[in-house]
Ligand binder design. Structure first.
Ligand code: PLP
Length: 373
């Protein structure tokens, strides 16, 4: 059986009628930027995320950049504390706002940014915190909100992997007015190209973000501030509007498959599960695996796709050399980067496919123990 790491086809099939109708309306209307589709999607996405407003933009990286610009964190003298275990675009979003980046280590159990370590690194130059809700699991956002209040810092939430996630029955919008989402195709809510949005409960922030994403304009041809050009386009909104009503049930399916993987791999030698709370919307199913690359090759030979999120911690990317950290400086992050593997997971993955994947992982470690013995 061929089991890819993600599969869009069933998503497209299940929603075809709706996106075809949305596209028909768009072609009829012929208004391709910031029109009815985006407006309707922003309204529905806000309701689905329990936020007052959402503001569409070009991608998740820009959503982060726009949040920082709206919070006034745009100077190289201002630092943003974040995790080094995330998509490099989290960091690119930060530096593209013009500020500096400072990495803190992760909690080795959950792999989320550690609020204690982040708190210890706050100094005079710190202007913002940006924890990431990694793999769909909300981080300890209550702790970060407290740190932000105590130290008067902006709190940006990178929720690019966590559409629909809540923290202990509270919406993410309850913790800060800057929540960045990506609609990259593989996300829990993805479009068929690039797209992103910011959720906020603050009307004034939403208004500012609408100007900043549209070149600083207020609807006309005059620009009032140095914004960027980063708008969610109408065509992507046609797909997103068709997918959004399914987000809850797709997330539930992801959660059920993640629970199945947990059960099947809990006592597997060579495998360590990542701690997960019931709040996770399971964007990725990640394990820590001994001899990771050999396991991946074994699975690939049997038609099973895997991913690594992420192989190189951000403080060791040449782009972020200015952060001043070297190998060994973030030990929990660096160890995780050597061990993490993402197993196949998508909205309609059959249970039988996940069981097959888990069985092959077990088979690999049975064989590898025997080979060693
Ligand atoms: C955690 C995280 N942050 C930021 C981004 C950037 O989103 P985008 O690719 O839409 O710019 C991504 C996706 O790549 C992500 O997974």
């Amino acid at each position: 059986m061929h089991i890819p790491v993600v599969n869009f086809r069933p998503v497209l099939e299940a929603t075809r009628q709706t996106w075809e109708e949305n596209l028909r309306q768009l072609m009829e209307r012929q208004w391709f930027i910031l029109g009815d589709q985006v407006r309707a999607f922003e309204r529905d996405f806000a309701a689905a995320m329990s936020a007052e407003e959402t503001v569409g933009c070009g991608n998740g990286t820009d959503a982060i950049q726009l949040c920082l610009r709206a919070a006034g964190v745009t100077s190289p003298k201002q630092e943003v504390i974040t995790t080094a275990l995330t998509a490099p675009f989290s960091g690119i979003g930060i530096i593209s706002a013009g500020c500096s980046i400072r990495f803190a280590d992760i909690d080795p159990g959950t792999l989320q940014l550690d609020p204690d370590d982040a708190g210890n690194r706050i100094r005079k130059a710190t202007a913002a915190l940006m924890p990431v809700h990694l793999y769909g699991q909300p981080c300890r956002i209550d702790r970060f909100a407290r740190l932000a209040r105590q130290h008067r810092l902006a709190l940006i939430q990178d929720a690019c992997q966590a559409h629909g996630a809540q923290y202990q029955a509270k919406p993410l919008s309850a913790f800060s007015p800057y929540i960045a989402y990506s609609f990259y195709p593989t996300k829990n809510l993805g479009c068929l190209g690039d797209g992103g949005a910011i959720a906020t409960n603050r009307k004034t922030t939403a208004t500012l973000l609408r100007q900043l994403r549209d070149g600083g304009r207020r609807g006309g041809q005059v620009t009032y501030r140095a914004g960027i050009n980063s708008r969610l386009d109408e065509m992507q909104a046609c797909y997103l509007r068709a997918f959004l009503p399914h987000l809850k049930s797709w997330n539930e399916h992801r959660q059920a498959i993640a629970a199945l993987y947990d059960e099947a791999l809990r006592d597997c030698p060579g495998v360590q599960l990542v701690e997960r709370t019931k709040d996770s919307v399971c964007h990725l199913y990640v394990i820590r695996a001994a001899k990771r690359e050999k396991l991946r090759a074994f699975l690939a030979e049997r038609g099973i796709g895997t991913g690594v999120h992420y192989p190189v911690p951000m403080h060791l990317h040449p782009t972020f050399a200015a952060c001043g950290l070297r190998k060994g400086d973030l030990p929990h992050t660096e160890k995780a980067c050597r061990e993490v593997v993402s197993l196949p997971l998508w909205p309609y993955i059959p249970r039988a496919a996940a069981l097959e994947v888990a069985e092959k992982v077990r088979e690999y470690y049975r064989g590898s123990t025997q080979r060693k013995g």
